[in-house]
Design a protein. Structure first.
Length: 259
């Protein structure tokens, strides 16, 4: 009986998820967790080879996979990505807006084109994906969920060099609330997950010169996170157990912000 209750609360069988930036890092962790819980998963990434690699992992978990190449900041790419997901997997029930970039520059040396590119991917991309996926969810008439991958940088800067990233994630948090309000009548929930330090392919480079060790000294749980741990929280929000949560920003940082 207990197993049946757990199945009812966390199963994603019969659901279709689209994960942007799914070819590596947190996105790949989300794709794996969603597939393990039964969802079919479309993996979208700027790099088609990485999308295909993670799609193969999704297939290994027993889910139907789809690999897509897309730049989420380009309106046409987003429309085509959503259209193909619906055409090949039958629907979109879950959108994970994970695609994001985080080049490092202090404000004093900030190239304007770099600032604009970060906002184009991290904010405009999330808006475009939400708009197109929610349109498909509305047409299907069975509700859905959007989970935005934000960051604790939206609340507190960890170090100098990411003002555009932190500001873009602050904007993403507000976009989350606005979208939650707008789409609630359609039974579409919209939430944000705000990870702290997570060890990924990208952050391993940024964690050079002892930065990882410095971060871990400030994290009460004593370590940085893993992509699959963020994926588990995303899966919770996407499943039946999280069905009554919308407009929320959930911090997943090992206690960093309270240290």
């Amino acid at each position: 009986m207990k197993h049946e209750v757990l199945e009812e609360l966390f199963s994603l069988r019969g659901r279709v998820a689209l994960v942007t930036g799914g070819g590596s890092g947190i996105g790949a962790g989300c794709a794996r967790r969603l597939a393990e819980l039964g969802a079919d998963v479309a993996v979208a990434d700027l790099r088609s080879s990485e999308a295909e690699r993670v799609a193969a992992i999704v297939a290994g978990a027993g889910a139907s996979p789809l690999a897509l190449q897309a730049d989420v900041s380009v309106e046409g790419d987003v429309a085509a990505m959503v259209e193909r997901t619906v055409a090949e997997l039958g629907a979109i029930d879950i959108l994970v807006n994970n695609a994001g970039i985080y080049p490092s520059h202090p404000i004093a040396e900030m190239p304007v084109d770099e600032w604009d590119r970060v906002f184009a991917v991290n904010v405009r991309g999330a808006m475009l994906c939400t708009r197109e996926a929610a349109r498909a969810m509305r047409l299907a008439g069975r509700g859905g969920t959007v989970v935005n991958v934000s960051s604790i940088e939206s609340f507190h800067p960890s170090f100098v060099g990411l003002p555009h990233y932190g500001a873009s994630k602050g904007a993403l948090n507000m976009l989350t609330k606005c979208a939650a309000l707008e789409y609630a009548p359609d039974r579409i929930t919209v939430n944000a997950v705000c990870p702290g330090g997570v060890e990924t392919e990208g952050t391993r480079q940024a964690f050079g010169d002892g930065l990882k060790e410095q971060l871990e000294q400030r994290i009460p749980l004593g370590r940085v996170g893993r992509p699959e741990e963020i994926g588990a929280v995303v899966a919770f929000l996407a499943g039946p157990a999280g069905a009554y949560i919308t407009g929320a920003t959930l911090v997943v940082d090992g206690g960093y912000l309270v240290s």
